[in-house]
Design a protein. Structure first.
Lengths: 112, 153
């Protein structure tokens, strides 16, 4: 039941931010919403209620690393689209491995 | 170029495309919670900045741009991809503000109540995003030669 609630809240917040980004122009400004704290707001709100503030602040601490990985991910997507002529969907999916490598690498080297 | 809010562009998106975003967003939120439970909050926290919005948005931007060009009977070869790349450039800038959001929550949350902290950090994220985007925009226009300026879509 709790997982279902988490799923609904997460889906709703992410959809809201995505729709907001979709209604904005120019596209470079709308792109800011690709890095909106949608998952974070849903998760942190629920975590504060269930596990307390200190637990949630620890999650926020490592989220800084995740955000840096997101910046690198987006930069790689641009390169894949413009230099390697990949379609946007394919580039965005392929670059997910970069996010995972950066985030997990930083976790192993710095955070653990 | 001025920032515009255009609700009619939302009608371009199909319900199935909204459903994909909803399911993906929900799944990431559940996964972040489960990973935190299994491996601890430090590991789970990484996934709070997982690219949950960008992959679906980039695909849609390219698709909609192509459809627009096809309707106008213009060449579609590059334009859709360029539009997605411009969007990704915005996401690079936004990721700095997202890191600042996380830093604010990390520092403020132990001393302030939850909803206020999240509201303050969200306001900070938005203000910083706009500031970085405006700064980047101004820098681009002051450093580029006049003849090479291109209007952004």
């Amino acid at each position: 039941m709790q997982l279902m609630f988490r799923f609904l809240v997460g889906g709703l917040v992410v959809s809201l931010f995505a729709a907001l980004g979709g209604a904005l122009k120019p596209k470079s400004f709308a792109g800011l919403f690709g890095a909106s704290p949608s998952v974070a707001l849903a998760t942190l709100g629920l975590t504060i209620a269930s596990n307390g503030k200190l637990y949630a602040s620890q999650e926020a601490h490592s989220m800084i690393v995740g955000a840096i990985a997101l910046g690198l991910y987006s930069a790689v997507v641009i390169q894949l689209i413009m230099k390697h002529k990949l379609h946007a969907g394919r580039a965005a999916s392929a670059a997910l491995s970069i996010w995972i490598i950066c985030a997990l690498g930083a976790w192993l080297l710095v955070l653990r | 170029m001025r920032i515009q809010f255009n609700l009619s562009s939302l009608r371009q998106t199909k319900w199935s495309e909204y459903a994909v975003r909803f399911i993906f967003g929900g799944a990431i939120t559940v996964a972040a919670g489960l990973l935190a439970k299994r491996f601890g909050p430090i590991f789970g926290g990484l996934f709070l900045a997982f690219p949950a919005i960008f992959p679906a948005t980039a695909t849609l931007v390219e698709k909609h741009e192509k459809e627009k060009r096809q309707k106008a009977e213009l060449s579609t070869s590059l334009r859709g991809r360029q539009a997605a790349a411009v969007e990704a450039r915005g996401t690079v800038l936004g990721s700095f503000a997202l890191a600042a959001f996380a830093w604010m929550v990390w520092k403020i949350l132990p001393n302030l109540n939850g909803p206020w902290t999240l509201a303050a950090a969200l306001s900070g994220w938005f203000a910083l995003s706009v500031a970085i985007w405006s700064f980047r925009k101004r820098l681009r226009f002051t450093t580029r030669p006049r003849q090479s300026r291109r209007p952004e879509q």
